[in-house]
Design a protein. Structure first.
Length: 119
């Protein structure tokens, strides 16, 4: 799972987007534990190397409190770099993927490209 840690998550709407992210992530983690009791396999963020494995609902709040919200939301670039390359492309060279890969991206929709100046 990829989560948005861009500065708009903190600066827009008085930080309410962070609360929404927490609620969504807690809900997904709760549902996820029905299929995998250890929790969400991996939660990673767009703008940092930060990530956590085996995320259960009770861990979400403290996980998000550790996040430094900054930078832009470059979904395509980061999805390729942090998810597709390590989990799909590089793995295909070594061995077949044993299971389907489900990727969920949670973002506030304030997406921009490097050629657009972020306010």
């Amino acid at each position: 799972m990829k989560a948005d840690d861009s500065d708009s998550m903190e600066l827009e709407e008085n930080g309410d987007r962070q609360n929404t992210l927490r609620q969504v992530l807690e809900s997904v983690a709760k549902i996820y534990t029905y299929a995998r009791p250890e929790g969400i396999v991996s939660v990673r963020f767009f703008n940092t190397r930060q990530g956590t494995k085996n995320v259960k609902p009770e861990r979400v709040k403290s996980l998000l409190e550790e996040v430094d919200y900054s930078g832009l939301t470059m979904i395509g670039t980061q999805l390729k770099k942090k998810i597709l390359e390590p989990f799909v492309f590089n793995r295909m060279e070594r061995t077949r993927m044993p299971k389907p890969l489900l990727v969920m991206v949670i973002t506030d929709g304030d997406v921009s490209s490097p050629s657009i100046t972020h306010r």
